[in-house]
Design a protein around this ligand. Structure first.
Ligand code: ADP
Ligand code: MG
Length: 333
């Protein structure tokens, strides 16, 4: 205990993080490091993502949602690599004014998601920062040997699919920053709430991981905007892609916004935080893939295809005509 009544580092780890470290290899966080033995026949997939207060979330967001966003953006990367999540490491930088109430809620969010996704905390680090609070999570999962869909493996003729709906989070963020757009887009409270929720709490497509391992040649999670992220996949594979904006899967709320304001379509196609999966599927496998996705009850929509490389790499069409957007992706710097 420190003199301001808050627990010291060891006390904090014991009280808040130990209960989350349920896997035997975490050894109750009593050791320098944890162990993890992957089962035979699987590759371990590793990923890390950090989120910073004031950059990736609002400082006054509910602490549960902050924790879940930090974890879920990582689970989204794993799902895109065909990996079922197994565990994670947590580095947390507390600002000087941190409170136990906030941390308790943050850990309750982690506990709920550990339960939902069947994973354990394996360790981490706890530091104090004079700057804004941030959290960095390193997650790992398992994909059957040789089945990881790589961004580098897209090839000409493959069909492009996305999970779920595109653009909700980007529109939700726009409303949060300026509520007047809600009226301009003709959205009711339920629409606005749907979009806001999609920004606050990503829904990683963990259930699609096995389909990606079995059917996808290339896949990635969409975090910085569909058009820009697709451009990255095309660059990695040295191909191009054509998207049909008319095929884009939109929620009812996003559809209203796009019909009311063409600028909303740019936000949908280039805004970030979707955490859906983009997959390139060989045409010889696409019928079986669509059947397997339907059987598993996972919404995938075909939105375009891979074509030979060209300058710019990504062309977006609507009704057969090219659509010109002013920006392609969210850039961190
Ligand atoms: P070290 O001095 O070796 O860095 P620490 O005192 O930082 O060790 O950590 C002690 C134990 O607590 C380790 O097992 C570490 O993984 C765990 N730990 C520390 N911070 C966290 C955290 N934020 N989340 C999970 N485990 C943590
Ligand atoms: Mg440490």
């Amino acid at each position: 205990m420190t003199k301001d009544g808050r627990p010291d580092e060891d006390g904090l780890i014991a009280r808040y993080f130990r209960p989350l470290a349920t896997a035997p290899g975490a050894d109750r966080l009593l050791d320098d490091a944890a162990t993890y033995r992957p089962p035979q026949g699987f590759e371990q997939v590793l990923t890390a993502d950090a989120i910073v207060a004031g950059v990736h979330f609002f400082p006054d967001d509910p602490p549960r949602a902050v924790a879940q966003k930090a974890l879920r953006v990582n689970l989204s990367d794993l799902a895109a690599k065909g990996a079922a999540p197994a565990g994670y490491l947590l580095t947390i930088a507390l600002s000087e004014d941190w409170t136990e109430g906030w941390l308790a809620e943050f850990c309750a969010g982690l506990a709920a998601d550990q339960e939902q996704y069947g994973i354990s905390l394996y360790g981490g680090d706890t530091v104090c920062t004079p700057g804004p609070f941030f959290v960095s999570i390193t997650a790992f999962g398992l994909t059957p040997d040789g089945c990881v869909p790589r961004r580098t493996k897209a090839s000409v003729g493959q069909k492009l699919y996305v999970t779920g709906t595109i653009g909700d989070a980007a529109l939700g963020l726009k409303i949060r920053l300026d509520d007047s757009v809600r009226t301009r887009w003709g959205l009711n409270t339920a629409d606005a709430e749907h979009l806001a929720q999609r920004y606050l709490l990503p829904q990683p497509r963990v259930e699609a991981a096995a389909l990606m391992a079995e059917y996808a040649s290339a896949a990635m999670d969409i975090s910085d905007g569909l058009a820009g992220d697709l451009g990255r996949m095309c660059a990695a594979s040295d191909v191009g892609a054509v998207l049909d904006a008319g095929l884009m899967p939109l929620s009812a709320a996003a559809r209203k916004a796009v019909e009311a304001d063409p600028a909303a379509l740019t936000a949908v196609l280039t805004g970030g935080d979707d955490y859906e999966i983009l997959a390139a599927i060989d045409p010889a496998k696409s019928v079986a893939f669509e059947a397997a996705a339907a059987k598993a009850g996972i919404a995938f929509t075909q939105i375009g295809e891979i074509v030979p490389a060209f300058a710019g790499r990504v062309r977006i069409e609507r009704g057969g005509h090219p659509l010109v957007l002013d920006r392609l992706a969210f850039r961190h710097f």
